[in-house]
Design a binder for this molecule. Structure first.
Ligand SMILES: Cc1ncc(COP(=O)(O)O)c(C=O)c1O
Length: 381
């Protein structure tokens, strides 16, 4: 069966150039970057080259990049590390309601530990409500966290404007750019953020590698303590092959011509148009979006059942739902946008990538239309 992968927001295939770059560090170049000898220095040079490549992807200085085990650790480090260093009375965290669980659950844990946490609303189009954010940020706010692109809807968030609000009140700004990197250009200076999280496996790099951009001079306590790696900001022997793969993926993303974004956007729009032509189908998230993502609801169709039926037909998609202890938790993102439960439970996310072709999109649209029609057919009693 020819399988069609439309779940690039979950993860992407490893770029062959990233794999090639990594292989020597999994085979022969096994040195520890902290070692002073030849073996160690080879590994160190590779990690530093990767750091420069990742920094260039977001317009940062290499010294401002802290390698982590991925986006989740970067988000945890940003919130906890910055809040730990904030001076009283700056204790609060302000987050948007549609952040990834890496941010939201960290903020919730911090609240359980006694920190004030406020959650800013989003509008029905999936964009952060800046007026609500402005009401929630004050002189007691330590960190404001707003993602650049939402992982479920693809909707881009007004990070620059959120940063202006936070700065006016003296708070630090963290941006989870995990789903934006490689899809839209990112410039940490233009966004005017202090902290920014990236993950390699969302941009054709390896899983288990990511980084946090920490603007020079930003006070930040480490989460992982131990050796002096990463300029005392993250202890532990570096994931050399992971960093090298991340660097290669970042370099590839930087070189990817704007034409590729245009190609993917055209395919996404083609797929979306086909899906919206099915009766009682609606798009979820009307704000400006990254080029590769569409999220649609199929009235009267249970998205979990749809997902399984599509998988049997060779189409890999996703719902925004998360697996929580004891069952499936409906998408917090679509709920935050004010959608009724029926709409949330009938929503499917399709995310395209470099390998997606027009044939894939057309075949997927045919399969989805057929499966939805079958599922909507009344069962004979
Ligand atoms: C917006 C966002 N932030 C953070 C993460 C977590 O990244 P990682 O899988 O590298 O821990 C993800 C991954 O799904 C994400 O989509």
């Amino acid at each position: 069966m020819h399988r069609i992968y439309l779940d690039h927001n979950a993860t992407t295939p490893l770029d062959p150039r990233a794999l090639e770059a990594m292989l020597p560090f999994l085979r022969d170049d096994y040195g520890n970057p902290s070692s002073l000898h030849w073996f160690g220095q080879r590994a160190l040079a590779a990690v530093e080259q990767a750091r420069a490549e990742v920094a260039a992807l977001v317009g940062a200085d290499p010294a401002e990049i802290v390698f982590t085990s991925g986006g989740s650790e970067a988000d945890n480090l940003a919130l906890r590390g910055a809040a730990a260093k904030a001076r009283s009375p700056r204790t609060a965290v302000v987050s948007s309601a549609i952040e990834h669980h890496a941010v939201l659950n960290t903020a919730k844990a911090m609240r359980d530990e006694g920190r004030p946490v406020a959650i800013a609303r989003v509008r029905e189009d999936g964009v952060l409500d800046l007026d609500d954010l402005a009401e929630k940020v004050d002189e007691a706010t330590a960190v404001v966290t707003v993602m650049l692109a939402n992982n479920e809807t693809g909707v881009l968030q007004p990070v620059r404007e959120a940063s202006r609000i936070a700065r006016a009140r003296g708070a630090l700004v963290h941006c989870d750019a995990v789903q934006a990197a490689g899809k839209v250009p990112i410039d940490v200076r233009a966004l005017d953020v202090d902290l920014l999280a990236l993950s390699a496996h969302k941009l054709y790099g390896p899983k288990g590698a990511g980084c946090l951009y920490v603007r020079r001079g930003t006070p930040m306590a480490p989460l992982v303590r131990g050796g002096a790696q990463e300029r005392n900001r993250r202890a532990g022997t570096e994931n050399v092959a992971g960093a090298v793969g991340f660097g290669a993926a970042a370099a590839t993303a930087r070189e990817a011509p704007a034409a590729e974004a245009g190609r993917v956007a055209a395919l996404r729009d083609r797929l979306e148009a086909r899906l919206l032509a099915i009766p009682a189908v609606r798009r979820n998230g009307d704000g400006p979006r990254v080029p590769n993502t569409t999220n649609v609801s199929f009235e009267g169709v249970d998205a979990e059942a749809l997902l399984i039926a599509l998988d049997l037909e060779g189409v890999a998609a996703s719902t925004g739902a998360a697996c929580a202890a004891g069952g499936i938790e409906p998408s917090h993102v679509l709920r935050a946008m004010g959608y009724p439960p029926e709409r949330v439970q009938s929503s499917l996310r399709l995310s395209l990538g470099r390998g997606t072709t027009q044939e894939d999109v057309d075949r997927a649209a045919d399969i989805i239309a057929a499966v939805v029609a079958r599922m909507r057919r009344p069962t004979p009693s």
